[in-house]
Design a protein around this ligand. Structure first.
Ligand code: ATP
Length: 334
C-alpha cells in the first residue's frame, strides 16, 4: 500500500437486504488532496464514508486510512480521522463553545486543552460572537461551520466531510468552501461527498462519480469535462414552428427537447466546426425564424447527465422541458 495514499477503498462491497449499496468501489486519496465523491441520492456515498470511518463493516473488499486497515484496526483509524457527517452528534441544547469543549473532552484531550482548542476553532470559523448561544438557535450555515470545527478538534490528518453544504444558501456555502480550502493549506487530506457538481468542481483535485454502488467515472474535473465530447445546442425560435424539431433532428445526437413555450429547443450535439451554420441553414430552409442560437461546451452538469443518464433529465422535465417527440405527438392530436 503506497504510503502517500491517505485513504484507500479497494473493491468495497456492502449490501443492505436487497439493496447493493456498494458493488465493488475503488478509489484512493493522496496526502494533502481533496477527493470529491459525487453521485445522486442513494448512490452509495454515505455507505462508503461509513465503512472508511469504521461505522459500518464492508461485506467485501478493504479500506484503509493512513495505511491502517479499517476492519482490523478501527480504533487506530479513529485516532487519525475527523468526521463531519449529516447526522452529526452535537447537542442542540448546549452552546457552540460547550459543544466544542465536550468533543475535546470525549476525545481525552483534558479540560484545559479542550477549552483552548475550542477558542481557536471558534475564532477560525468566525463563531466567537455566537459561542454562547445554544446550537438550536444557529442558522444552517453556522451549524455546518460548527460541525466542521468539531471534526477538527483533535487536528486529524484525514477528514471526511459528508455533504457539508447541503441545504445552505450560496453565501453560507462559499464560507464553508473557504474554510475547507484553508484546511488544505495545513496539509489535511479530505474525502468530500456531495450532490453538487459545482462544489466538486470548485474544491476537489479529483472526482469519483458513483451511481448504483459503482464507480462510473474517475478523473480531474478537467479530464471529466474533456472526456464528454458532447456539447449542447440551444435554439430560441421567434415563434413556435411545427417543423423545427424535424429540421434539427438530423444534426443532433438524441432527442430534441422543446420548452413549454414551444420556442426554446435544446439537444445534445457532437462538436463539429460549422455546426451553428448548418443549424441556421436547416431551420431557414424549413421556414423557421430564429432569435438566438448557442452551442455550449459541456459543463460538469452535462458530464454528470451523460454519465448517470436520467437523474437530471427528470429534474429538467419538472423545469418545463418535455421530450421533443412527445411534444410533436401532442401537437398532432391537438
Ligand atoms: P444520499 O445522497 O441520499 O445520502 P448516498 O449516495 O449517500 O445517498 P447511501 O446512503 O450510501 O447513498 O445509500 C445507498 C443505498 O443503500 C440506498 O439505496 C440506501 O437506501 C441503502 N441503505 C443505506 N443505508 C442503509 C441501511 N442502514 N439499511 C438499509 N438500506 C440502506
Amino acid at each position: 500500500m503506497g504510503t502517500d495514499l491517505m485513504i484507500e477503498a479497494v473493491g468495497l462491497q456492502k449490501r443492505y437486504g436487497d439493496t447493493q449499496a456498494l458493488a465493488g468501489v475503488d478509489f484512493s486519496v493522496p496526502a494533502g488532496t481533496i477527493l470529491g465523491l459525487l453521485g445522486p441520492n442513494g448512490a452509495g456515498k454515505t455507505t462508503a464514508v461509513r465503512i472508511l470511518t469504521t461505522l459500518a463493516l464492508p461485506d467485501g473488499g478493504r479500506g484503509a486510512v493512513a495505511g491502517i486497515d479499517v476492519v482490523r484496526s478501527p480504533g487506530e483509524v479513529r485516532r487519525h480521522i475527523g468526521v463531519a457527517a449529516q447526522d452529526a452528534t452535537l447537542d442542540p441544547l448546549l452552546t457552540g463553545r460547550q459543544n466544542l469543549v465536550l468533543v475535546g473532552e470525549l476525545s481525552d484531550m483534558g479540560r484545559a486543552a479542550s477549552r483552548a482548542r475550542a477558542e481557536e476553532l471558534l475564532d477560525q470559523f468566525e463563531l466567537t460572537d455566537a459561542a454562547d448561544r445554544v446550537l438550536k438557535g444557529y442558522s444552517g450555515g453556522m451549524r455546518r461551520r460548527l460541525d466542521l470545527a468539531a471534526s477538527l478538534t483533535t487536528r486529524p490528518p484525514v477528514l471526511f466531510l459528508d455533504e457539508p453544504t447541503t441545504g445552505l444558501d450560496p453565501t453560507s456555502r462559499q464560507r464553508v468552501w473557504q474554510a475547507i480550502r484553508e484546511l488544505l493549506e495545513d496539509g489535511v487530506t479530505v474525502l468530500l461527498t456531495t450532490q453538487y457538481l459545482e462544489e466538486a468542481d470548485a474544491l476537489a483535485h479529483r472526482i469519483v462519480v458513483v451511481d448504483h454502488g459503482r464507480v462510473i467515472a474517475d478523473g480531474t474535473p478537467l479530464e471529466l469535462k474533456e472526456a464528454s465530447r458532447s456539447a449542447r445546442l440551444e435554439v430560441t425560435l421567434s415563434t413556435p414552428h411545427p417543423g423545427a424539431v424535424a429540421a434539427l433532428a438530423p444534426l443532433v445526437a438524441g432527442a430534441v427537447r422543446v420548452g413549454e413555450d414551444g420556442r426554446r429547443l435544446s439537444a445534445g450535439v457532437d462538436m463539429a466546426s460549422g455546426l451553428a451554420t448548418a443549424v441556421v441553414r436547416a431551420l431557414d430552409a424549413a421556414g423557421v425564424l430564429v432569435d438566438h442560437i448557442e452551442v455550449r461546451q459541456p459543463s460538469l452538469d452535462d458530464v454528470f447527465f451523460s454519465l448517470t443518464g436520467g437523474h437530471i433529465e427528470e429534474e429538467e422535465e419538472e423545469a418545463g422541458f418535455v421530450d421533443g417527440s412527445r411534444h410533436e405527438l401532442e401537437g398532432a392530436h391537438a
